[in-house]
Design a binder for this molecule. Structure first.
Ligand code: NI
Length: 187
């Protein structure tokens, strides 16, 4: 296994729609996925898409920590979403309802932005065994899946930010928010 170099915003591989995987069970795909998992964990990410490691294929790895699983899901799933490998994933929104929240990305280091995402989705994918899987997701789980699948279509989250005042360097935004709250006597 190896820790792979992560492409940063501006690199062409992040703007290019990725190709479907033809044989999910091939040893090459298995090796790539192992490296992607190691790279994601090393970088302290919750998800990683193959284009982010310079491979233009429709593969995503992700997990959702128990603390970030929405309440309604927790009841159904009993906690965290385990490490999941998605080959050729597809998303279907189950409602028009969207929710705005802050996102970051390993390919856009040091920055954060507020992005609207569908709150309730169904998604389908192949596992490393080549078998089809189907899940529903809400809240942060749904957000992570949409963010990662965007990578497969050559889209980075800053392209989805609606109010550019709510996009910037994480430390500056957080300091600015604290200072602003002090100024208006909210803290
Ligand atoms: Ni990302």
């Amino acid at each position: 296994m190896a820790i792979l170099k992560i492409a940063r915003m501006g690199h062409p591989v992040l703007k290019t729609p990725a190709r479907p995987v033809e044989d999910p069970k091939s040893p090459e795909i298995r090796a790539l996925v192992a490296d992607m998992v190691e790279t994601m964990i090393d970088a302290d990410g919750t998800g990683l898409a193959a284009p982010q490691v310079h491979v233009s294929l429709r593969i995503v790895v992700f997990f959702v920590d128990a603390s970030r699983v929405s309440e309604e899901e927790e009841l159904e799933e009993g906690g965290a979403i385990p490490l999941t490998v998605m080959i050729n994933p597809e998303i279907e929104p189950l409602s028009d309802e969207t929710e705005a929240d802050w996102e970051g990305c390993l390919s856009v280091p040091g920055m954060t932005g507020e992005v609207p995402r569908f709150n309730h989705i169904r998604y389908r994918f192949l596992g490393l065994d080549g078998k089809p899987h189907e899940r529903e997701a809400t809240g942060f789980h749904a957000r992570v899946v949409q963010h990662e699948c965007d990578h497969l279509d050559g889209i980075l989250y800053p392209q989805r930010v609606v109010d550019m005042k709510r996009f910037g360097f994480t430390d500056a935004l957080m300091q600015g928010t604290r200072k602003h709250l002090e100024d208006i006597g909210e803290e």
